[in-house]
Design a protein around this ligand. Structure first.
Ligand code: ARG
Ligand code: ZN
Ligand code: CA
Length: 238
């Protein structure tokens, strides 16, 4: 891929009850939020502290809504086990994953006493399960969401790790300009929140703060994502 990278999205809306069959407008709102977040046009970016605004990045990726597949399913809830990605298990089969970002929108995913908002597959996995899965309540703009869960999951889909490196101080996310952090943030932390000697970048899309408090990617994250599209990269065909 060269020039401006365009990512066509195929949504698979898997519904049992009518409210889970979310409207086109909600999917369009999700695409808008993704485009804001990946082009440094998101509404919350004016709150980013100067220290971090210095490394804020415009990823230069554009998302377009390619298609919406709607499937009525018997399943009332799901697990994060990829079953939604196969028609043989009441889901919907992936569409052309070498050219499209597939996003499955499901009812809900209870897991270990909690609820998963969304999950993603990293580059390099099986094409049959490549893409992102979203709880319909956290897709687009709703009473629970401003669309940042999909941004976080697309970050994983483009090879980004959590900002805290999924471990304590010293665990790496393989990105130099995201400061060392000890654990996932919750809620809307104030700046500075110091855990490993320096302020945590709690407003990074790859942290776990609430949607209104997730506001940036960095230049280091940008180069990690763009290398996935470069010659020899897993998504070079997009
Ligand atoms: N995979 C994470 C989860 O399900 C996504 C968290 C996204 N966080 C957010 N504030 N939107 O918990
Ligand atoms: Zn994550
Ligand atoms: Ca880092």
């Amino acid at each position: 891929a060269d020039g401006k990278i365009e990512i066509p999205i195929v949504f698979h809306v898997l519904y049992n009850s009518a409210d889970e069959n979310i409207p086109l407008s909600q999917l369009q709102d999700q695409v808008t939020a993704l485009n804001e977040d990946f082009s440094m046009n998101n509404p919350g970016r004016n709150t980013i502290p100067a220290e971090f605004a210095a490394v804020e990045a415009n990823i230069g990726v554009r998302f377009v809504l390619e298609d919406v597949i709607r499937v009525k399913t018997k399943k009332r809830q799901w697990r994060p086990d990829d079953s939604m990605k196969f028609s043989s298990s009441d889901g919907s089969d992936v569409v052309n994953p070498q050219e499209f970002l597939n996003i499955w929108v499901v009812s809900n995913m209870p897991y270990r006493g909690g609820n998963i908002l969304g999950y993603a597959q990293f580059p390099g996995g099986s094409w049959a399960t490549d893409g992102v899965v979203m709880d319909h309540r956290f897709t687009g703009t709703t009473q629970y969401s401003t669309g940042r869960t999909a941004t976080h999951e697309v970050g994983h889909w483009l090879n980004l790790r959590h900002i805290w490196g999924d471990g304590g101080c010293g665990a790496t996310d393989y990105v130099a300009d995201t400061p060392d952090s000890d654990a996932a943030s919750r809620g809307c932390p104030t700046y500075p929140t110091v855990n490993c000697g320096t302020a945590d970048m709690t407003m990074n899309f790859m942290d776990y703060s609430d949607d209104p408090c997730l506001n940036m990617f960095t230049e280091g994250q940008k180069s990690r994502m763009l290398s996935v599209f470069a010659n020899g990269g897993f998504r070079a065909t997009m």
